[in-house]
Design a protein around this ligand. Structure first.
Ligand code: NAP
Length: 495
């Protein structure tokens, strides 16, 4: 007898989606049957952890939400962070998930017990056993501190964007920001509104296109509520548009690079419209292909650099002192506050987010690093029975994360439905199916901008430390949706 039928690690949208699927299949009638373990003190995953000023989605909310739980009350076309957090709470209440959640419980490791045919999960609150283990730990969840000499010597306030201090008042302060990724693009204009002076340290510029954001009128919200088909239509149109861009500009770069160049031209025109100074424009213009690294959308990022109290510093940082940042040419710029918009560590401390030991002592982290990353349809790995890894390499189709989550939910529903039908308790993907899926992904990757484009200078987290682009699933979401309906259930071995 195990402590739980299923342990899900992570109470973000991925973990909640998995729990909803399991409940549809009849699990979870007894509260203890499903345990959702979460290291943070509340639900919502990235939308609970991140609360820096300016936080918002950059995939329109009609698309960035569960299709089966539309929210007609989004206030903005691109919902703000607090709206997403509220939506996560609404989902947890609607699907009765809270009673399965345990907060402040950090999973430290998991081991498959072949004799007992269950998982033994070590947590900060003791050991638990479960027949099935599912990880929904995200991949942007381990904040990265920059490996810059002296970063720990800074005597002023240091804030990483994923650990934002809401009480920090930047009014009248001198602020140094390190990083110009998607987070910084949202945050920098907000800081500029408060700070007396701000220096932004850019190592690699980011492609930025216009953001067609607007407040959704009350009448439209009521329309979405009264006539849900109108919101479904908006979702369909928006998702199709995004999908077309992704498929042509990124996935089929080899065949349709003109589309990719068109996106880059759009971003360059945006920059030209907003920044008159050619030298500043040059510094802000990436030298790698559009899409090698996640592009972003903003209307107020570029103009921020034209403000007199904002400086874009492109000379590499040499070190940090107790009082400021020193660049390679020996100049020190003093600061009261150091903001680290330095992103997340995917390839050292994630994949998996804790040690997972499968059958015959197979260590998932070692296996992935030594023999290459793979996961059948982005969810299961040979040698790891009764284990589902929802944030694997080759799982995310690069658009709304909800598209990926819903495909994975469907995978779980088919797999666990089959398990129930057979009266079986154990599943494992066959080595053959796992390897065939990998071969298919590698073949499709060949057409993408990641292989065919000019990505060497992008420093993109889409690539592993070894330089392989394994993060995204190189197929459209439509392909993933078809694949999840069609994968042969016999690809799994049941017992
Ligand atoms: P990121 O894209 O990894 O950017 C980190 C930034 O820090 C980069 O500019 C990087 O420069 C810089 N950096 C890191 N270490 C450095 C060092 N030692 N010295 C100098 N610069 C250093 O992280 P992020 O901006 O937090 O975004 C991560 C992801 O979160 C995004 O790609 C996106 O998927 C997601 N996100 C989404 C939204 C949304 O609206 N939906 C908003 C924010 C974030 P290099 O590029 O040179 O490495």
């Amino acid at each position: 007898m195990t402590d739980h039928d299923v342990i899900i690690v992570g109470a973000g949208f991925g973990g909640m989606g998995a729990a909803i699927s399991l409940k549809r299949l009849g699990y979870g009638a007894a509260t203890r049957s499903i345990a959702i373990l979460e290291r943070e003190d509340d639900l919502g995953g990235t939308w609970h952890v991140n609360h820096y000023p300016g936080l918002a989605v950059d995939i329109a909310s009609v698309t960035y939400s569960y299709s089966f739980e539309p929210n007609p009350w989004w206030e903005h076309w691109f919902a703000r962070g607090h709206e997403l957090k509220r939506y996560a709470e609404h989902v947890a209440d609607t699907y009765d998930l809270r009673r399965h959640m345990e907060f402040g419980v950090r999973v430290e490791g998991a081991r498959w017990d072949e004799d007992e045919r269950h998982w033994v999960v070590s947590t900060s609150a003791g050991t638990r056993t479960a027949t099935y283990l599912m990880t929904a730990t995200g991949f942007l969840s381990q904040p990265r501190l920059p490996d810059i000499e002296g970063v720990h010597d800074f005597a002023g306030t240091v804030i990483h964007t994923a650990q934002w201090d809401d009480s920090a008042d930047l009014t009248g302060k001198t602020v140094a920001v390190i990083g110009t990724g998607a987070t910084a693009v949202q945050l920098i204009p907000q800081i500029a509104r408060q700070a007396a002076a701000m220096t932004v340290y850019q190592r690699t510029p980011i492609w930025v296109t216009p953001k067609a954001d607007f407040r959704i009128p009350r009448a439209v919200q009521y329309l979405f509520a009264a006539q849900p088909w109108t919101q479904r239509l908006a979702r369909r149109l928006n998702s199709t548009w995004l999908e077309t861009l992704m498929v042509t500009g990124v996935l089929h770069y080899k065949q349709a690079r003109l589309f990719n160049q068109g996106a880059a031209a759009l971003a360059k025109a945006h920059l030209r419209r907003q920044v008159a100074d050619p030298e500043l424009r040059r510094k802000l213009t990436p030298d790698y292909s559009f899409g090698c690294k996640r592009p972003t959308f903003s209307n107020d990022y570029y103009p921020t650099f034209t403000r007199p109290h904002v400086t874009l510093e492109t000379t590499p940082i040499r070190n940090i002192t107790s009082t400021g940042v020193v660049t390679g040419d020996g100049r020190e710029t003093e600061a009261d506050v150091l903001v680290l918009a330095t992103g997340f560590n995917l390839w050292d401390t994630n994949f998996p987010a804790f040690e997972v030991i499968g059958r015959d002592g197979r260590n998932l982290g070692k296996l992935w690093r030594e023999q290459g990353y793979h996961a059948y349809e982005g969810v299961t790995v040979a040698g790891f029975p009764n284990f589902v890894t929802l944030n694997s390499p080759y799982s995310y189709s690069g658009l709304s994360y909800f598209m990926t989550i819903e495909v994975q939910m469907r995978h779980l529903e088919r797999l666990f439905g089959e398990l129930q039908q057979r009266g079986a308790h154990t599943f494992e993907i066959s080595e053959r199916a796992d390897q065939e899926f990998l071969a298919h992904m590698l073949e499709r990757m060949d057409d993408t901008v990641f292989v065919q484009g000019s990505c060497a200078t992008a420093r993109s987290y889409y690539y592993t430390n070894e330089g392989d682009a394994v993060l995204l699933r190189p197929t459209s979401s439509a392909h993933a949706r078809r694949a999840v309906e069609a994968f042969p259930l016999d690809d799994y071995v049941y017992a």
